[in-house]
Design a protein around this ligand. Structure first.
Ligand code: ATR
Length: 270
């Protein structure tokens, strides 16, 4: 490579056309004075491993990985961080001299966003709605942030039970609870269909932060419902920027400030 070659990064997914990652990483690069390029690459569904190999051979220095390849990225990684291991999924890849490193920055992005929102995680009671990959990925980072109790509630109770046993956390029945939670996180995909996740009566009180991992120009059905119960609400745009900041820090050794980039994205969505 010539000395003037720009360091290359990309987000890999299918579909990928609407990914905000190029805008986020370009903003981080400008903010931190780093010279790099960041592309979206749509990878054929049956060609993930081959494409990653080709891109590494072409000199790419790192990748974000999104739907539907996070489990394949996990399998492809030759080394994994503990948080990627716990998540069973990888959203960040980096070729190193010791092989391809797989990390998962989603949970750290969530924790950073909750902190930005002023949530005191140490000692907090957190309810996770959903028992898929999105929930699994955030359990270890929440615990490491000092959360006192994590409970999980899911439409299919068996899946909540299995995750609870694996991580040593509690199951919350979908019907009701006597003690409200400090934070209730919607990690289900119910909102994609405009539906509400299972939410036990009594789980949300006025002091609760109701956080939806989904985001959009309008509040989600879950956010609207919880606003109606008097809770403070937030969507997952800050988590998206937070996970990107963690990936950027891993690749570049420089931690960008997520806040102005989040404000920029929010303004562009209006
Ligand atoms: P992800 O990787 O995004 O977590 P997933 O593994 O398919 O995706 O998990 C989707 C989660 O959303 C599951 O917890 C699912 O509940 P079930 O285990 O009962 O399937 C939940 N979910 C999806 N659509 C839902 C709906 N309409 N109502 C309630 N929960 C829903």
């Amino acid at each position: 490579m010539s000395a003037s070659a720009v360091d290359r990064y990309a987000v890999l997914g299918n579909p990928i056309a609407h990914s905000k990652s190029p805008a986020i990483h370009s903003a981080f690069a400008a903010q931190t004075g780093q010279r790099l390029s960041y592309e979206r690459i749509e990878v054929p569904l049956d060609a993930f491993a081959a494409r990653v190999g080709e891109l590494i051979a072409a000199g790419y220095l790192g990748f974000n990985v999104t739907v539907p390849f996070k489990e394949q990225a996990f399998a492809l990684a030759q080394r994994r961080t503990p948080r990627a291991q716990a998540a069973g999924a990888v959203n960040t890849l980096m070729p190193t001299s010791d092989g391809l490193l797989g990390d998962n920055t989603d949970g750290a992005g969530l924790v950073a966003d909750l902190q930005r929102l002023g949530v005191q995680l140490a000692g907090a009671r957190v309810l996770l709605l959903g028992a898929g990959g999105a929930s699994r990925g955030v359990i270890l980072p929440l615990r490491e942030a000092g959360v006192a109790r994590i409970a999980i509630c899911n439409r299919t109770a068996d899946k909540a039970q299995a995750l609870a046993i694996e991580f040593g956390i509690a199951v919350q029945a979908a019907e009701s609870t006597d003690t409200p939670y400090d934070v209730v996180i919607n990690a289900t995909s119910a909102g994609l269909a405009g539906a509400l996740p299972p939410l036990p009566t009594g789980a949300v009180a006025v002091h609760t932060l109701a956080y939806d991992m989904l985001y959009g120009a309008q509040p989600t059905a879950f956010m609207q419902h919880c606003s109606g119960l008097g809770a403070r609400v937030a969507d997952g745009l800050g988590m998206l920027v937070g996970q990107a900041a963690e990936s950027f820090a891993l690749w570049r050794g420089v931690r960008p400030d997520a806040e102005p980039v989040l404000a920029q994205l929010r303004a562009a969505m209006k």
